[in-house]
Design a protein around this ligand. Structure first.
Ligand SMILES: Cc1cc2nc3c(=O)[nH]c(=O)nc-3n(C[C@H](O)[C@H](O)[C@H](O)COP(=O)(O)O)c2cc1C
Ligand code: SF4
Length: 678
């Protein structure tokens, strides 16, 4: 048996967990009609099959109608959830994985215009910035009703055959009672800690009465809000001790921080460029003080850090949640001695940011996660035998090369630059985005293992490609910045890429005109500001950086607010002219006829990319499919078989930004789908 601390079993009450790695509660927003149907089940089953010890399904599964889903949460106040959860639990149990669920009442952390349009409730009227609720102050009959709702939901979870439940007590109704920031009720529900904890204690008691002493019940709770006037570490420790002393709780899942706005949430769940495992020691202190089984997750993305968390005795179970979105097979790869093959979570937070925008949680570079019903997490090995030429070694090109080579095709990649990465290399110029290189580094390493041949410093023309006698050509050449968007003065502006790459030095007084709304404008603005320049980011949109989602925006705003940076929304740059050694930028507005002018010494335009497609169009008339894509086959995972030109000797496809300016997820999803459709 392995002596890896991570692979040792852990006994929780009567339950033996086969190792120390768990997936903590997270709502990937894959629910259909509020139920965990086939896609939801397949997502958890994939990770169970690969050896995870426990999965805490759902995240914030709702116990009451006045806790409507904030991000497509499961509706555990409905009886119909039971058979769906039973099917999920049965399948995971068959693979040896324990299954629990996180239950909650969101309190003010939701909206009144969702679900049944009931008022949100909280122990004060204090507004939650993230969901914009100005809640109703909870009444005695609400409290009695919700205590019953929790007990009913717990009973349903037990009936579904789950191994246990966890109550969410950070940022939700439970700890809205605990925290003086959100509770201004009088006794018996407000005031001293005993009164502020009364609601949660009564919920726990009601649950115990319903499910009995054996069923596993834990809490995921805040031990230090890290907010003025909130629960500090001393009171947090008192809460920990009281939870233990109650005898009602079987494990503590420790959280540190508060989550009522994007910036605060980003400290609780750190993203790329931030410290790894920032709250691990804190969780360890609670374990040492209480002797309770302690779980914890917060940016423990790699096996080495997870191993340290267990070996050092700080945790009993370590959560690797986003890590398993990026690679569901971590445990299997560890057991097989293939840690090098683990697809790294690069902390891009595309997954979590998406759910707050109403989308499903997709991993930026694992397009099969959340799509397990349609796409394989491990590409099936085959004896393909086609000669595949890929032009471009960015994320799309590397993914298609990886997938094709896994299926036994002979793959050659031609890349103009001296190294793989494409646009990912450029975006990684900002230190906090450096980890994103893992997306292309992992693929490149996998390709090398699979025998893919790389030719760098090769700007491929059609003849270079044809000389390789390909059966299939995939053009993944990406795009180049498009900045010719002005009525006059296009020759006077530079692109965000020029600033990022260092080709153009940052000015001292700069207008960054951002019509794309993505990272490049913010990165350029930050570089200008850091070099001492004054920078104004202007956008025609009604909000700045609309493509950079909530938590990902946090470090940029923080950095730019520390410099001389401003944001101007709803103005569209129209022209730039010279005025002595200065530039005059003239902007209008989509909303009316108003104009404004800025006198600056540099104008930077960020307007996305245009496809780099010469080689594609040169090859198109010679190809068998004339570049045509069968969309049904693409979506259905079948072979591309368009036969439009009898004289053609190869099939030709174009993927990633070489087709249209999109993002990394779209690029690798193209790579996977086309790679499987060869
Ligand atoms: C898509 C997504 C949804 C999440 N939803 C919840 C939730 O509903 N409740 C919860 O307690 N944590 C939620 N989390 C937080 C995770 O449980 C975990 O604490 C966090 O991802 C940090 O751990 P990691 O760095 O291992 O990913 C969510 C995370 C993700 C990625
Ligand atoms: S999107 Fe980013 S943070 Fe989320 S799982 Fe994928 S790599 Fe990790």
């Amino acid at each position: 048996m392995s002596n890896d601390p991570l692979l040792q079993p852990f006994r929780l009450k009567h339950l033996t967990l086969r190792n120390r790695i768990m997936i903590t509660a997270h709502e990937p927003a894959y629910a259909e009609d509020g139920m965990p149907k086939a896609a939801y089940r397949a997502y958890h089953a994939e990770r169970a099959k690969a050896g995870i010890a426990m999965t805490m399904t759902a995240g914030s599964a709702s116990v009451a109608r006045d806790s409507p889903p904030a991000f497509n949460n499961l509706l555990c106040y409905k009886d119909e959830v039971v058979p769906w959860l039973r099917a999920l639990a049965d399948e995971c149990h068959d693979h040896g994985t324990a299954v629990m669920i996180q239950l909650t009442h969101l309190g003010r952390r939701t909206r009144w215009d969702k679900g049944d349009w009931l008022p949100t409730v909280a122990p004060s009227h204090a507004r939650e910035a993230a969901h914009r609720a100005f809640p109703k102050r909870i009444e005695d009959w609400d409290i009695a009703r919700i205590i019953g709702d929790y007990a009913d939901a717990a009973e349903r979870m037990q009936a579904a055959g789950l191994d246990g439940i966890e109550l969410e007590c950070y940022g939700h109704l439970m700890d809205q009672f605990w925290s003086p920031r959100t509770n201004d009720l009088d006794a018996p529900w407000g005031g001293d800690l005993t009164n502020r904890m009364r609601f949660s204690m009564e919920v726990l008691q009601a649950i115990r009465t319903r499910v009995g002493p054996q069923f596993i019940v834990g809490v995921r709770y805040v031990g230090d809000e890290m907010a003025a006037g909130g629960i500090g570490p001393v009171e947090g420790m008192q809460i920990s001790q009281r939870l233990k002393a109650s005898g009602l709780v079987d494990f503590l899942n420790v959280i540190r921080g508060h989550i009522d706005n994007d910036a605060a949430l980003t400290e609780v769940i750190p993203i790329q460029g931030m410290r790894s495992a920032p709250h691990l020691d804190f969780a360890g202190e609670i374990r040492a003080a209480t002797g309770m089984p302690v779980f914890h997750a917060a940016r423990i993305p790699d096996v080495a850090t997870a191993r340290h968390a267990i070996a050092s005795g700080k945790l009993d179970m370590v959560g690797m949640t986003r890590a398993h979105l990026a690679d569901p097979h971590i445990v299997r790869k560890m057991i097989e001695g293939r840690e090098d093959d683990i697809r790294p979570c690069v902390g891009a937070n595309y997954c979590l940011d998406r759910i707050y925008q109403g989308g499903a949680a997709y991993c930026i570079h694992n397009p099969a996660s959340g799509r397990e019903l349609d796409w394989p997490q491990a590409v099936p090995v085959a004896a393909g035998g086609l000669r595949v030429v890929v032009v471009g070694a960015g994320p799309a090109g590397l993914e298609v090369a990886r997938v094709a080579a896994t299926q036994g095709h002979k793959v050659e990649v031609l890349e103009a630059a001296d190294a793989p990465g494409g646009q990912v290399r450029l975006t990684a110029q900002t230190a906090r985005r450096r980890e994103i290189l893992g997306i292309t580094a992992w693929r490149h390493a996998q390709c090398v293992k699979l025998g893919v041949a790389f030719r760098f410093n090769t700007f491929a023309e059609a003849d270079d490609v044809l000389a390789l006698s390909p059966d299939v050509v995939i053009v993944a050449t990406g795009g180049v910045p498009h900045i010719e968007v002005l009525a006059a003065g296009n020759d006077l502006v530079v692109s965000a890429w020029d600033i990022l790459s260092g080709d153009v030095a940052p000015g001292q007084d700069v207008l960054v005109y951002d019509d794309a709304g993505d990272f490049a404008a913010l990165q350029a603005a930050e570089k200008i500001a850091e070099s001492g320049g004054r920078v104004e980011v202007m956008t025609p949109d009604r909000t700045f950086s609309p493509e950079v989602m909530g938590m990902s925006l946090t470090p940029y705003v923080r950095a730019l607010q520390g410099h001389r940076a401003t944001f101007t929304v709803t103005w569209r740059l129209q022209s730039v002219r010279r005025d002595g050694n200065r530039l005059v930028a003239v902007a209008g507005s989509d909303y009316g006829t108003a104009k404004l002018e800025r006198k600056v010494d540099q104008v930077v335009v960020n307007h996305g990319t245009r496809p780099l497609d010469e080689v594609y169009f040169a090859l198109k008339p010679l190809s068998r499919n004339l570049g045509e894509v069968d969309h049904d086959a693409l979506i259905g995972g079948r072979r591309q078989d368009v036969d439009a030109n009898q004289g053609g000797t190869f099939r030709l496809f174009r993927i990633g930004d070489a087709v249209e300016a999109r993002n990394i997820h779209a690029a690798v999803y193209d790579g996977l789908r086309f790679g499987l459709g060869l």
